[in-house]
Design a protein around this ligand. Structure first.
Ligand SMILES: NC(=O)c1ccc[n+]([C@@H]2O[C@H](COP(=O)([O-])OP(=O)(O)OC[C@H]3O[C@@H](n4cnc5c(N)ncnc54)[C@H](OP(=O)(O)O)[C@@H]3O)[C@@H](O)[C@H]2O)c1
Length: 270
């Protein structure tokens, strides 16, 4: 059954937080949520793009916006973030920020892999725990965690990133059942290639992604928001759903991992 903006705001308002909001899929979530009348806390490292987005949302949608320029890979900043949220009722959390370390695993410094764990796993875990408790006490709310098709199996050249995205999906799915009993909806949004600055800066070799279905950030956000409260996870885009079914259900694991590896070698290999 379709949900109007009013019903959505009553269930997931009055405030939403989008972690990693300044561009790409996060900005698309911020626009979509503001259009539904939710006030927004938007977080990213760069203050400039964040302030611009905040002005645009306030002008276009007449909502309140608080912009917080924070590096979510710094553990101390998570405490600061939670303190900044303490005086408002957050009905929806979208954890979109992620670090994607590209390239051969052993060529990257260990510190980069550990920061990837911080931004993609430890920080969202801390925030989900804190806000989840408040939502359960109110017996309403929503949590959306961004996962990736790369996390449906091992994926070469982004092995650690893909593992964090598998962790994200499994965490969200488990919490969907557990917190759902207390009226809190949790969703893993499993995106495939999406036309964002992050995707473009990963620099797939020219023409190498010609057969890869690339979605728009708006489409990813719209599918996720429609799925929230209805299922534990959504793979966005029909071609991505087909690819996921092939990789995780039809092919033997060895063949699936090899297919992903070959695709990554073609797109990003030396
Ligand atoms: N694009 C794809 O093809 C794709 C595919 C599958 C899954 N996903 C997932 O979708 C999500 C968004 O991807 P995207 O391509 O839209 O990313 P993006 O274009 O790189 O944008 C990421 C957003 O997060 C912020 N951010 C990054 N690191 C941060 C940090 N340490 N602290 C605070 N903010 C941070 C960035 O702003 P600042 O730089 O200002 O901090 C930006 O607003 C990610 O979780 C990604 O794993 C993307």
């Amino acid at each position: 059954m379709a949900r109007g903006p009013r019903q959505f705001a009553a269930r997931y308002g009055p405030w939403a937080i989008v972690a990693g909001a300044s561009e790409g899929i996060g900005a698309a979530f911020a626009h979509a949520l503001a259009a539904k009348g939710l006030d927004l806390v938007i977080v990213a490292r760069r203050a400039g793009p964040l302030a611009e987005l905040g002005d645009e949302l306030e002008t276009r949608h007449k909502v309140k916006v608080q912009a917080l320029a924070l590096d979510l890979g710094e553990p101390g900043n998570i405490a600061a973030l939670l303190a900044a949220l303490a005086d408002r009722e957050i009905g929806l959390l979208v954890w979109n920020a992620a670090l994607s370390v590209m390239g051969p695993f052993l060529d990257q410094p260990l510190d980069a892999h550990l920061t990837e764990l911080e931004v993609n796993c430890r920080s969202p875990l801390t925030v989900v725990h804190a806000l989840g408790n408040l939502m359960v006490a109110r017996r309403r709310g929503g949590i959306i965690l961004l996962s990736s098709l790369s996390g449906m199996q091992g994926t070469a050249l982004v092995a650690n990133y893909a593992a964090t995205k598998a962790w994200t999906r499994v965490l969200a799915e488990g919490l969907w059942w557990e917190l759902g009993k207390s009226g809190v909806d949790v969703l893993a949004c499993v995106a495939g290639a999406t036309e964002t600055p992050g995707y473009r800066s990963s620099a797939p070799k020219r023409g190498s992604d010609a057969n890869v279905p690339v979605q728009s950030p708006d489409a990813v956000a719209a599918e996720a928001l429609a799925a929230l409260g209805r299922r534990p996870s959504i793979i966005t885009g029909s071609r991505n759903r087909f690819a996921a079914a092939l990789l995780s259900r039809l092919l033997p694991r060895r063949a699936a991992v090899r297919l992903m590896g070959r695709t990554m070698d073609r797109m990003y290999g030396g």
